[in-house]
Design a protein around this ligand. Sequence first.
Ligand SMILES: *Cc1c(COP(=O)(O)O)cnc(C)c1O
Length: 380
Amino acid sequence: MNVSEHFTGGDGTRAVRAGLPEPVKYEPTLPGPVFAAHFHLPGEPTGPYTYGRDENPTWTHLETAIGELEAPGEDGVETLVFASGMAAISSVLFSQLRAGDTVVLPSDGYQVLPLVRAQLEAYGIEVRTAPTGGDAQLDVLDGAKLLWIESPSNPGLDVCDIRRLVEAAHARGALVAVDNTLATPLGQRPLELGADFSVASGTKQLTGHGDVLLGYVTGRAGETMTAVRRWRKIVGAIPGPMEAWLAHRSIATLQLRVERQNATALVVAEALRQRPEVTGLRYPGLPGDPSHKVAAQQMRRFGCVVSFTLPSRARADRFLEALRLVDDATSFGGVRSTAERRGRWGGDAVPEGFIRLSVGAEDPEDLVADLLRALEESAD
Ligand SMILES: *Cc1c(COP(=O)(O)O)cnc(C)c1O
């Protein structure tokens, strides 16, 4: 039997074996991408593989892999992969909500959520928002059909008590989805914390090389996941086989990458903490961070994103330009460090000098030296 299926050991072992099919003589360990719009299908058109928008064996392997990481050893869990994180998010929201329903979103979540909000409202769905920190979403839950949590939130890195919010939401008959992008399944397992859906962008640390857009939804098999699958079929927001295969290949190194990147993120946060021009430093893994206590209860690893504020927009721009090992680019989670002045996008309620830094797999001492040098060189 395939060891990955009910393996209860370490994350590294689980990551390298996740989703591998039974070994077949003369076949590769991870079969290559299956490029197929349709499959041979004589007679009654029954599955598993009929048409390329509905199913693909390369997705199946990847979905199995993600399911093993999101809910190790749990039976009856289903994962669906999508063309992007937004495709996955939209599939949950738009498959579960109807006109007249109420949904609670975070007010400090991913920057596309306000656009989603406008679309939900156009369909007659009431949208309420509250901040992630202080479990403030609790106060607006009454009558909601779905609670959307993003913890840690992006880019502010606030954390809420997922278990507490889930209990309150379930007591009111609401479903709960958690955006698990920043934590990855090796950092946090929302289903174990009681959530109905773990939803994520695989574009970030899950795949980690900055070369793939991907999303997924993991949930308990049943009516709700059937509706999500139906939505994927209707909208056709499916990943290409090449992207799905690249993602699966990347998951083999997920544990190595998160260990390295997350450990370095803590080192970087400690170094930045010493600097007088750095304010508002946030990293949930930093003892003393406002999120740390709750994060430590529910997270197994704290992510690779550090955020902080420099005194002005000009200073932040000079700092980013002075960096040599950190690319000025959006997104996060990749093996190459990136940083950006988040305010350049508009939409996030952040100061002009706010920097979101994604820590890569460089040697920690090189990265810290580069950051400190760029801080010196960008001083007024
Ligand atoms: C990037 C991101 C998304 C969207 O993912 P895409 O793959 O870019 O569509 C959603 N949620 C969070 C928290 C993200 O960081």
